[in-house]
Design a protein. Structure first.
Length: 69
């Protein structure tokens, strides 16, 4: 049984990349991206929605009322 070894192709010259076939092709000129601002807006991922907050507050009020009585 013969085993075939994967032959890694040499690197492409500067300014070129490999396509799906594995041939060296010149890189496409892409538009330069604008620099992102250093401070990013805080994510709202782990914040409660207003309805959730209202439920929690209502629960708290019930507990406080229970202790008062």
């Amino acid at each position: 049984m013969e085993t075939t070894t994967l032959v890694k192709k040499p690197r492409c010259p500067k300014g070129q990349t490999r396509n799906k076939k594995g041939d060296c092709v010149p890189k496409k000129e892409t538009q330069t991206k604008k620099a992102q601002p250093k401070t990013r807006a805080k994510t709202v991922k782990n914040q409660m929605t207003k309805t959730q907050a209202a439920k929690v507050l209502a629960q708290r009020r019930k507990c406080i009322e229970r202790f008062r009585n």
